[in-house]
Design a protein around this ligand. Structure first.
Ligand SMILES: Nc1ncnc2c1ncn2[C@@H]1O[C@H](COP(=O)(O)OP(=O)(O)OP(=O)(O)O)[C@@H](O)[C@H]1O
Ligand SMILES: [Mg+2]
Length: 482
């Protein structure tokens, strides 16, 4: 039996495993610690995983394959596979990626692997979380938990740390800037215990947006200098985008960088050059957005920057020097890079897996996560009030959490769960969660019948109905008889 953590990034995946001595990151077939989040179909198409509800259309434009709308309103991916035209759903493609990660793990450990914990962005909706679980199940995995990326990072930071203050909680900000997104969490640490106070994010601000700034700049320049329009040629635009990503990385370590691509288009070789200052100027709009999730996370945690003990910067997208500079002025201290920024999510997931696994013993440590969206329920289209408002699980709710809804009736119930505040969600995401049909129950008298429904925001951040029970008031009856 093994305990595994997977970080499924938009660009890279990392596999970690807890062993008796500590946590190891596994190597793939090419002896690399990071595996591209790509599924190849005999070299004909590469399929990055990018099914996020908001701005789906923008997302699809970036993908090097054809898509259409499926019967259920979902996305269908069209590919040529073994010479035949085939369609796949994103869940099937993700399942292939999980299968590959499972194979790598089994080859390394030489035992079958099922139990795992998988990292997910905190802004994932119910639907996206269910899609991950479905894909993992198709691949033969059993996820014990979908864990928020920053919660996993915080766990890998906190579990072995022994120098926390004895006089009160230590507050740490975790800032993760990846390929497609930025996530920030404020976490409170005490001996043997960590509590997520807030999650904030920008689901469409990551390293690739900085690549795009360079792409647009050089596309324009090459149009003027060489009279080529890379937008009209998919292959040329992919090559330019790849070159721009490399250029961006060079600019993280150097004050200036050249760009050379042979035979980019129309048999023309192209040359370019950019200074870091110019890049920062072009990216100023993106840089302005970098501090927004941090401000939100602190406001939601009810903390001022003075209370933040340290800022831990992770995710490779954060290697741009201007980003560290910005964050250090925002937090009033230099962000730390002590955590292994590309591996901490997978390591945290592996640790959580060990803690949840019945066969593995790790030190007693409590992880209390918070859910980033408010959740309400409605009955037959009318919102259900609980006390003063209609929100059953408020934003910041520790989870897993179970609540009981009581209905004064025994016939069929149509209960719907929804995200109660659209402003908390990524742009364009539907507020719908799930519909549940409950009953009907056989009550001896309809007036006295009540149905108690237990609803849960489960360990994965998914809303479920745990149970529904008919309660009849017999005490009244016996009182009357007496
Ligand atoms: N030295 C560097 N300077 C600037 N950017 C870098 C550097 N190294 C990597 N990156 C960028 O980091 C991004 C990938 O980061 P990371 O591996 O953390 O993302 P991910 O976990 O795959 O994606 P996500 O977390 O968004 O799902 C890419 O955009 C890449 O270009
Ligand atoms: Mg990541």
């Amino acid at each position: 039996m093994s305990v595994i953590g997977f970080d499924i990034g938009n660009e890279n995946c990392v596999i970690a495993v807890v062993k008796q001595r500590g946590v190891d990151v596994l190597l793939n077939d090419e002896s690399k610690r990071e595996t591209p989040a790509v599924v190849c179909f005999r070299g004909e198409a590469a399929v990055p995983w990018g099914q996020q509800d908001p701005e789906v259309q923008n997302e699809l434009k970036l993908l090097p394959f054809e898509t259409s709308e499926g019967k259920d309103g979902g996305i269908l991916i069209h590919l040529k596979y073994l010479g035949e035209a085939r369609t796949f759903t994103p869940v099937q493609i993700l399942a292939m990626l999980f299968s590959n990660l499972k194979d790598i793990t089994e080859k390394n450990l030489e035992i079958p692997v099922t139990d795992c914990v998988i990292g997910v962005p905190s802004y994932f909706t119910d639907l996206q979380r269910r899609a991950y679980l479905d894909a993992a199940t198709i691949a033969g995995l059993k996820p014990l938990r979908l864990m928020h990326d920053c919660a996993a990072t915080a766990l890998s930071y906190g579990i072995y740390k022994t120098d926390f203050s004895k006089t009160g909680p230590t507050y740490v900000a975790f800032v993760d800037i990846g390929h497609c997104d930025t996530q920030v969490s404020i976490v409170s640490f005490e001996a043997g215990h960590m509590r997520l106070l807030s999650h904030a994010f920008d689901s469409s601000l990551g390293g690739r947006d900085f690549d795009d700034v360079l792409f647009v700049y050089f596309a324009k320049q090459f149009k003027e200098l060489y009279n080529i329009d890379v937008y009209s040629n998919l292959r040329a635009s992919i090559r330019l985008r790849t070159a721009c990503e490399k250029l961006k990385k060079v600019l993280s370590a150097n004050a200036e960088a050249p760009l050379n691509i042979e035979c980019l288009m129309d048999e023309k070789d192209v040359k370019g050059f950019i200074k870091r200052e110019e890049f920062e100027r072009l990216a100023s709009g993106l840089l302005e957005r970098i501090s927004v999730p941090s401000r939100k996370a602190m406001a939601d945690a009810g903390l001022s920057v003075r209370k933040i003990h340290s800022v831990e910067l992770v995710g490779s997208g954060s290697r741009i020097p201007a980003i560290s500079k910005l964050l250090s002025s925002l937090y009033g201290k230099e962000p730390s890079r002590k955590l292994n920024s590309s591996e901490c999510v997978a390591r945290g997931c592996a640790l959580q897996c060990a803690m949840l696994s019945p066969v593995f013993r790790v030190r007693e440590y409590e992880v209390q996560d918070a859910f980033p969206f408010s959740i309400g329920f409605s009955l037959d289209g009318a919102q259900i009030s609980t006390g003063s408002n209609s929100i059953l699980f408020p934003k910041g709710q520790p989870f897993p959490s179970t609540k009981v809804l009581t209905f004064q009736r025994s016939n069929l119930l149509h209960v719907e769960a929804f995200y109660a505040n659209p402003n908390e969600l990524p742009a364009g995401v539907s507020t719908k969660i799930s519909s549940f049909t409950i009953g009907p129950f056989q009550a001896s008298s309809n007036e006295k019948a009540r149905i108690k429904v237990k609803v849960q925001l489960n360990l994965h951040g998914i809303v479920t109905v745990e149970s529904a029970m008919l309660v009849e008031d017999h005490i009244d009856d016996s009182a009357r008889r007496g």
